[in-house]
Design a protein around this ligand. Structure first.
Ligand code: CA
Ligand code: CA
Ligand code: CA
Ligand code: CA
Length: 655
């Protein structure tokens, strides 16, 4: 799971610094003053045949590949250099390059660098012994000076490139998938980094991007494309942290991070903890004037370090014991990652705006079915199965929406959508033309709620339609809807409550059961009927696969057994349980970035909806629609993503 930090704005970061200075209680940074290094590292000068003045180095690991020889890469004004550990040049790729990251894939190397003159980030897939180029991906020239680049592979094996630039500029690019470079890079998101950002390093296991801020400290950002733009301090300069003078090169080691303090000539070591980082005593670097850059490889609990002296360019090498703390490298349970195959146009409102979808099924032409999605700041969008926006109704703050069929409205029969309207604490009724799918406003029904929130619909066995809405205080109100007079009316027929804030709810009309989500607690079920008792049974509670908040709920009507799909917002996943007692857990999945189709992954989902109807093509087993809390590739207002049910059934082995 990728980390989500609490948002630290600039102002909050300043507040954090002052908080640290006064009480030193911040979880991530131990408050320390001058702590003299407990020991020093014995450095040996190391000289290469050529490329001796290169500023950028990378230590290649054999990666367990049989026959692969551990070696070194360097980048400078003459090219990219491959050297053996004795410093003898094995191969060169000519050019004028700055910055360097690399990884080995079998007999090939993937090198990330940048052309010095054009400031174009570049990826080269080369032979690991001759550096002959097999594939190349040249990015557009950046409009800022590039300080460093770092590679990152997400859990779906998509390859990303972080570009860290001057003046706080930076970008994340999608550059490859599996082990193949894309034909052109796709912009994932802009990074908002500190002004003095320079060095970067990526911890793939923890999905972290570390960035140094020269006169402030080291920060950790979420590296995952869906991560928030928030950061946590790993360490800060004295008196706020343990760094002494000037942060320079960074390198990730298993379960931790190494950082150079160039002016203090120290190496700092950090162990990743459950929350934050633990500093080990710094090590003095003797004999070097200004240790500026750092390359590391770790084998058998020993880290091999190559340092570049920023003063005269001299290289030094040394070894260091490095044993990760077991807890620090524990990886979260693996959850299958599936892909959205369609996304809707973004909603018109900025910020957290899209919230809850509903699916309207066309009676004869499934491909003409539509998705309704609330824009909780301003109204409701209507989309086709390709994600195109067909309609937008500006109706106010509609939070949740649901759909049912065959509502008698005077002489006419329409399909009905009902949304919870937070501007008026009302049920907002919309007619859907049963043939054309056109959505039009019918009117509102007032409720006694003071903060209307979630909403779902139900239909009794004899066709009566209900709207069930909840209040953030836990109250539920159930309305019987009647349009026989020609005007839509609602009668409050039942009330019940849960103890804390609810939102998502869904009715299983076939079995007349109503599932409701109490966001921080559990999913409950009760009879849906207007006269039925309101006694509730717990379906599943927060814990295990479910991390609060419990958000959207939906029912997949399989021929034999219904499934309940739950948005587990706290861990960006979707949990599937049987919608019948004993509510057996079927598993969970996440939605990753679809590199082939250029669709970003899905995180922080509020509402969702599912249908088991065959909508044709990839939707033959039905379709799941989810709200996406963070739109990337490119960054834009939030939208909805569609997922073929078949992929979920396959991944969770549902029959
Ligand atoms: Ca949200
Ligand atoms: Ca809904
Ligand atoms: Ca909510
Ligand atoms: Ca997303």
């Amino acid at each position: 799971m990728y980390p989500t930090f609490r948002l630290i704005s600039l102002a909050a970061a300043i507040a954090l610094l002052s908080a640290c200075s006064s009480d030193g209680q911040d979880a991530a940074v131990e408050h320390r003053t001058e702590s003299p290094p407990s020991a020093s590292l014995d450095l040996q000068a190391w000289t290469a045949d050529s490329a001796a003045g290169a500023e950028f180095w990378h230590l290649l690991d054999s990666n367990g590949e049989p026959g692969a020889v551990a070696a070194r890469l360097a980048a400078d004004g003459q090219g990219l250099w491959l050297l053996d550990d004795k410093g003898t040049v094995q191969a060169r790729h000519e050019g004028n390059f700055t910055t360097l990251d690399a990884r080995r894939h079998g007999s090939e190397l993937l090198i990330a660098t940048a052309h010095t003159a054009s400031q174009q980030p570049t990826l080269l897939q080369v032979s690991a012994d001759t550096l002959s180029v097999r594939q190349q991906l040249l990015l557009n020239a950046s409009d800022y000076r590039i300080e460093n680049v770092c590679l990152y592979q997400d859990e779906s094996h998509n390859l990303h490139l972080f570009v860290v630039g001057e003046e706080g500029r930076g970008d994340q690019w999608l550059v490859g998938t599996q082990q193949t470079l894309l034909e052109s890079a796709v912009h994932v998101r802009s990074l908002r980094l500190p002004l003095e950002s320079e060095h970067c390093a990526v911890d793939e296991q923890q999905h972290l991007l570390y960035v140094s801020e020269e006169s402030v400290g080291v920060w950790a950002y979420g590296a995952h494309p869906e991560a928030e733009q928030s950061r946590q301090p790993v360490d800060l300069l004295v008196p706020f942290g343990g760094l002494q003078k000037m942060v320079a090169g960074l390198a990730v080691v298993p379960g931790g991070l190494l950082a150079l303090d160039a002016d203090a000539r120290q190496l700092h070591r950090y162990q990743r903890q459950e929350s934050g980082w633990k500093s080990l005593p710094p090590l003095a670097l003797t004999g070097v004037v200004e240790p500026e850059r750092l390359a590391v490889r770790v084998r058998d609990d020993e880290a091999e370090l190559l340092l570049v002296d920023g003063d005269d360019g001299q290289l030094y090498q040394t070894r260091l014991d490095w044993v990760p703390e077991p807890s620090a490298v524990s990886t979260p349970a693996t959850v299958p990652v599936l892909w959205p195959t369609v996304q809707t146009e973004p909603v018109p409102s900025v910020g957290d705006a899209a919230d809850d979808p509903a699916i309207w099924l066309h009676p004869d032409n499934p491909a003409a079915s539509r998705v309704l999605g609330t824009d909780k700041r301003n109204g409701l969008g209507v989309y086709d199965l390709a994600g195109n926006a067909l309609q937008y109704l500006q109706l106010g703050r509609l939070n949740n929406v649901d759909v049912r069929y065959g509502f008698q409205l005077g002489e006419r029969r329409v399909d009905l959508a009902v949304a919870s309207n937070r501007d008026h604490n009302s049920l907002h009724l919309l007619a859907i033309d049963p043939q054309q799918g056109e959505v039009s406003e019918l009117g509102q029904i007032a409720t006694p709620l003071s903060e209307i929130y979630g909403l779902c619909m139900a239909q009794s066995a004899d066709g009566v339609l209900y709207a069930i809405a909840n209040d953030t205080d836990g109250r539920f109100v159930q309305y019987r809807l009647d349009g026989s007079s020609g005007e839509a009316q609602g009668e409050l027929v039942r009330e019940f409550a849960v103890g804390t804030q609810p939102e998502g709810c869904v009715a299983d009309d076939q079995r007349q059961r109503l599932f409701i989500g109490e966001e921080g607690e559990a999913v409950w079920v009760l009879d849906a009927g207007e006269d039925a008792p309101t006694e509730m049974t717990q379906v599943i509670a927060v814990g295990g696969l479910i991390e609060a908040d419990i958000e959207g709920l939906a029912i997949y009507q399989h021929d034999e057994h219904p499934y309940l799909i739950i948005s587990s917002q706290g861990n960006n996943s979707y949990v599937v349980v049987d919608a019948e007692s004993p509510y057996q857990l079927r598993g969970s999945f996440r939605l990753g970035l679809n590199a082939q189709l250029g669709i970003d992954g899905v995180s922080e989902t509020d509402g969702l909806e599912v249908t088991s109807k065959n909508l044709g093509g990839q939707w033959s087993q039905g379709m799941l629609v989810v709200q996406d809390g963070r739109k990337r590739m490119p960054e834009a207002n939030q939208n909805y993503k569609y997922v073929p049910w078949q992929s979920i059934a396959d991944a969770l082995q549902l029959d």
